[in-house]
Design a protein around this ligand. Structure first.
Ligand code: NDP
Ligand code: 8X3
Length: 253
């Protein structure tokens, strides 16, 4: 029987690449996001290309009622989730704290921290009842270091880092592995979202350097998940060769 992975934020970037690699490896997938059309198209492509089953659930991770309703409504078959990948997340804005936009802060806190918690709270009991599973939290180099203007985004990712450690302790007795994934710069829609649609500013983020691509991160995640169940990769910090830390780049410009 195929194993099951639930991946949040599959309509773009890292989440989409993770769905591809898990599908290629015969997982049945529960894919989520807010953009219904993209979800529908991805479901149909994955089913056709890999012959797996895909369940597309359209909800906002910031809304706990929607999260609970969607997970509660899973059929017996789909409740056997082996892997949860908490990927949905975003950065919005890049300002000094004194100039911060409160609504941007709320979006980041509500998505990156509270959304990840709501999904975990709904799915983890299903894993506990089966005495096993693997939770992969997409953190960031911003969960390890703080950079100028990164303040609230970095704080949300430091929270993810702490939650990964806490989850690992709390669910130790239930054989649930918890892996924290910390990428540096990956070219996705991330910077377009951060700069609120300003594609030129977004492109400047990667100017003169070779960023990671989403499939680089997906391969690392699949590697961690595919190891024998006695091995837990607790933490991975994955940087482009051209990036030493969150603010030091080798740009050829
Ligand atoms: P993208 O913007 O390309 O993808 C983000 C995904 O998250 C989309 O599928 C989006 O779907 C989903 N999402 C965002 N908000 C919500 C929400 N409220 N409810 C449900 N889904 C949501 O960015 P990435 O792929 O780069 O980002 C994925 C993760 O990786 C994030 O957690 C990010 O912080 C992290 N990360 C990214 C790095 C990078 O440089 N790109 C580096 C380090 C970490 P939709 O809009 O359809 O809801
Ligand atoms: C995304 C990477 O350096 O923009 O988490 O914070 S960074």
């Amino acid at each position: 029987m195929n194993r099951i992975a639930l991946i949040t934020g599959v309509t773009s970037g890292i989440g989409k690449a993770v769905a591809d690699i898990f599908a290629e490896n015969n997982y049945n997938l529960i894919i989520t996001g807010r953009r219904h059309d993209r979800l529908k198209e991805i479901k149909s492509d994955l089913e056709k290309q890999f012959g797996i089953k895909v369940l597309a659930l359209c909800f906002d991770v910031r809304n706990n009622d929607e999260v609970v309703d969607n997970i509660d409504s899973l059929s017996e078959e789909w409740r056997n989730i082996d892997v949860l990948i908490n990927n949905a997340g975003l950065a919005v804005g890049l300002n000094h704290i004194q100039d911060g936009v409160v609504n941007d802060w709320e979006r980041m806190i509500d998505t990156n921290i509270k959304g990840l918690l709501y999904v975990t709270r709904a799915v983890a009991p299903l894993m506990v009842s089966r005495d096993g599973g693997h939770i992969v939290n997409i953190c960031s180099v911003a969960g390890k270091e703080v950079y100028e203007n990164g303040n609230v985004y970095c704080a949300t990712k430091h929270a993810v880092d702490a939650l990964s450690k806490g989850m690992r302790i709390d669910m130790l007795k239930h054989n649930i592995r918890v892996t924290n994934i910390c990428p540096g710069a990956v070219e996705t829609e991330f910077s377009i979202v951060r700069f609120k649609g300003d594609t030129e500013r977004a492109a400047n983020t990667y100017k003169g350097m070779e960023p990671l691509v989403a499939s680089d991160i997906a391969e690392c995640i699949y590697f961690a998940v595919s190891l024998p169940s006695r091995i837990c990769i607790n933490d991975m910090l994955i940087m482009p060769t051209a990036q030493a830390n969150s603010h030091t780049f080798n740009r050829k410009i």
